[in-house]
Design a protein around this ligand. Structure first.
Ligand code: HEM
Length: 120
């Protein structure tokens, strides 16, 4: 049987690292940093992003956060900011030595969520 994306990303431990690196990239990215400066509990957001990736790629973890529309409603996120987040995801994947096929799959998942995140 084909491996799940969860397995190809390296499972829970690797995805934990990936989620933390994505968050670190956002907090250092001048295009979106201010969005995250005001988040009260970044550890909780990191945990939810970890769960979201795991649950969305075939892992056994349950996602306990809000759906994407609810989580991003009222922020009026721009297309530029959305691309900045996607770039940060790919950069974190490079840092963690993940492959091109995995990057393409994550890119496709990210892109599929755009209407629930941009300008909502
Ligand atoms: C592929 C794109 C994205 C994904 C998969 C994603 C995923 C998530 C997840 C899983 C959460 C936690 C949900 C919760 O708090 O219940 C979250 C929260 C958040 N996201 Fe996104 N996000 C994306 C794009 C963006 C963009 C473009 C921005 C703005 C630049 C953004 C800003 C935030 C902020 C500020 C929070 C924390 C909300 C709070 O604490 O109230 N996200 N996101």
């Amino acid at each position: 049987m084909e491996k799940t994306l969860y397995e190809r990303l390296g499972g829970a431990e690797a995805i934990r690292k990936l989620a933390n690196d994505i968050a670190e990239n956002h907090m250092a990215n001048p295009l979106i940093k201010t969005r995250f400066d005001i988040v009260e509990d970044m550890d909780k957001t990191k945990e939810l992003v970890f769960q979201f990736i795991c649950a969305g790629t075939g892992g056994p973890q349950a996602y306990t956060g809000r759906d994407m529309l609810t989580a991003h409603t009222g922020m009026n996120i721009s297309e530029q900011e959305f691309i900045a987040v996607v770039d940060d995801i790919l950069k974190a994947m490079d840092k963690n030595n993940l492959g091109e096929a995995e990057k393409k799959d994550m890119l496709a998942i990210g892109y599929s969520l755009k209407d629930e995140i941009i300008r909502v």
